[in-house]
Design a binder for this molecule. Sequence first.
Ligand SMILES: C[S@@+](CC[C@H](N)C(=O)[O-])C[C@H]1O[C@@H](n2cnc3c(N)ncnc32)[C@H](O)[C@@H]1O
Length: 224
Amino acid sequence: MIDPRSRSSHLVGTARKGYKGRASRIAFVQEAIADFHATASIIPSSRYLARAMVKPLPLEEAEVVVEFGPGTGVMTRQLLEIVPTDARVLAFEINPRFVNYLQAEINDPRLEVVASGAENAGVELRRRGYRRIDAVLSSLGFGMMDESTCREIIQGLMPFLDERSVLTQFQYLHGLRWFQNNGNGKHKVEFFDLRTLLGSYFRTVSTTIVWRNVLPARVIACRL
Ligand SMILES: C[S@@+](CC[C@H](N)C(=O)[O-])C[C@H]1O[C@@H](n2cnc3c(N)ncnc32)[C@H](O)[C@@H]1O
């Protein structure tokens, strides 16, 4: 058995520090302009939101961590600051520019950037032989997705979670869902409380508000 102390991430230090925050913001804004619906934000999350997202996760002794929607990696870097030396962080991202960006900018053997949607997480995890996940950090824009897609993503994760696993997801405080109805091509805007959706899968759903972010957001931590 591995002594968790010997797995401390402080010994790795391979995540490149002092990253080009400006370049990452420019890349993010360009992608947001190109496809706001998928990017679901105009700029990357603040470090305050990133810290609040990793805080509830059991990362110190984690073996497998999943991230959904890493973008330019503000949260990925926070994860890599904490996970042990032999942990795996699988980051699912659908935007090819972000995939290339992450692969070029974060040189860390613990990180695998999976160029695939969160919807395929179950298949990709099984393909790699993983049976359980310690932590899931999701920045997906659930407010831009219809409910069946949200549920498909969460249900795909459930076989890999147990009572020790924790999932975090954020939602902007305005609580709006804005999505395109592909049936008639029209946009629809409605109020949507992600806590209710998550609460239908998880026994405990706790929230923390982070004001220092564009836009202020609610971090939702979920446990079975
Ligand atoms: C709100 S941004 C968050 C980016 C970054 N984590 C941050 O906080 O700055 C959402 C990210 O999810 C990605 N994304 C959207 N749909 C996805 C899906 N189905 N599977 C994986 N990633 C997806 C987008 O390309 C984008 O990078």
